[in-house]
Design a protein around this ligand. Structure first.
Ligand code: MRU
Length: 373
């Protein structure tokens, strides 16, 4: 997508610079645009843990490149062992996004089939690039399918802007390109359909305020930032036509783990008869979990609630304390929206009902391969 008119992905390898992976440091956005270089596994682990990169698809792509960095820095006769250890470190870096474990496993499996250290390293690189490219192309396809939903609403409204509410950032910054929840919005813009996005600020890390509002602005999409508690009121006032959010992990029965607060939006949408869609690439499905309650929910430091950072009047980024010193804070990062509150899932293969039978019918190959593991 574009930043000041120039196309960027969120992570990339430089073919001329072996062993260097570049990322956009999302902790500095929207006030500073900083590109960071990752040189080794530890760099990739901290980039994920400390949220220089975040969002399910991008966490997966970074994990893939992290495995490559571990391989490239290993002795030729120790690549497999080094990758096993790297997998365990990466898997612990953030627990909820399924894409992480999925990417790590994909590299481990592919590298095991190859003989010789040099070829194993080449394979790790090839698969990491494949994961990143696939993430971008799956999001593009999600956009094409989601476009049909927006088109239908636009037709009903005789071309009046379609008001879409989104939570957190499931935009291109959360993936390698396009985003999941935002891809249909970008596709609608390209098709000449008027859209307007209500952006939840998404406490405590404020991915909506810092990232989604900024990326939509960069792409010229009309958007309005709202506090997390506003969505229900807007829905009652008929100011929301549809909700599209992303997912960090979705069971193969249709329960969705997404940023904390998503469940409340789904309840409000249900109460107001507003369609609630979840956009996700198949890499976010957990083919082994049938119950949303089994999804591990990350708990992060309470400091993310107690402190807030932004630009001060002198143009410097500053952190300030919000609550009284000594205040206890509990920071649950994700919640589960049960399948019954989800109108449908938008995937790269098409729009599917959030239930076991429909998901299994669209992804029979994934069900088969997960049962063989
Ligand atoms: O904690 P984050 O920023 O990594 O959380 C991920 C998210 O941005 C959201 O939950 C998002 O809606 C799904 S990820 C595509």
């Amino acid at each position: 997508m574009r930043i000041n008119g120039k196309h960027f992905r969120t992570i990339w390898a430089d073919a001329k610079n072996e062993g260097v992976i570049s990322i956009i440091d999302q902790r500095q956005l929207p006030h500073q645009f900083v590109v960071k270089h990752l040189h080794c596994l530890d760099d990739a682990v901290s980039a994920i843990k400390d949220m220089h990169v975040r969002g399910a698809g991008l966490i997966g792509a970074t994990a893939g490149f992290g495995m490559y960095l571990a391989a490239i820095n290993a002795w030729e006769d120790a690549v497999d062992e080094v990758l096993e250890e790297a997998a365990s470190q990466l898997n612990k870096s953030r627990p909820t996004a399924r894409n992480l474990g999925w990417a790590v496993e994909r590299i481990l499996t592919a590298v095991r089939t190859v003989q010789g250290g040099a070829d194993k390293k080449r394979k790790a690189y090839e698969i990491a690039c494949e994961i990143a490219d696939e993430d971008a192309s799956f999001c593009k396809q999600i956009g094409e399918h989601g476009l049909e939903l927006i088109k239908a609403i636009s037709r009903k409204k005789n071309g009046e802007p379609v008001n879409i509410l989104t939570h957190c950032n499931a935009g291109w910054l959360a993936f390698v390109d396009y985003g999941s929840a935002t891809a249909p919005i970008y596709a609608a813009r390209d098709a000449g359909i008027a859209v307007h996005v209500w952006v939840d600020e998404t406490r405590p890390w404020n991915q909506g305020a810092k990232l989604t509002a900024w990326e939509l602005q960069q792409e010229g999409i009309a958007n309005t930032l709202i506090t997390d508690n506003t969505g229900g009121h807007l829905m009652q006032k008929k100011m929301v036509d549809m909700v599209i959010v992303g997912s960090d992990r979705t069971t193969h029965t249709g329960d969705v783990a997404n940023k904390i607060g998503t469940y409340l939006k789904a309840l409000a949408a249900h109460d107001n008869h507003i369609p609630f869609y979840v956009a996700l690439p198949s890499s976010t499905f957990d083919w082994k979990l049938a119950e949303g309650a089994e999804i591990p929910i990350e708990q992060r430091s309470g400091d993310e609630i107690l402190w807030i950072s932004g630009l001060d009047q002198t143009g410097n980024i500053k952190s300030v304390q919000l609550a009284a010193p000594g205040t206890q804070a509990a920071n649950f990062s994700f919640d589960i929206t049960p399948a019954r509150l989800v109108t449908a899932l938008i995937t790269e293969r098409g729009i599917v009902q959030a239930n076991r039978a429909a998901i299994h019918a669209l992804f029979p190959d994934k069900i088969l391969s997960s049962s063989q593991e």
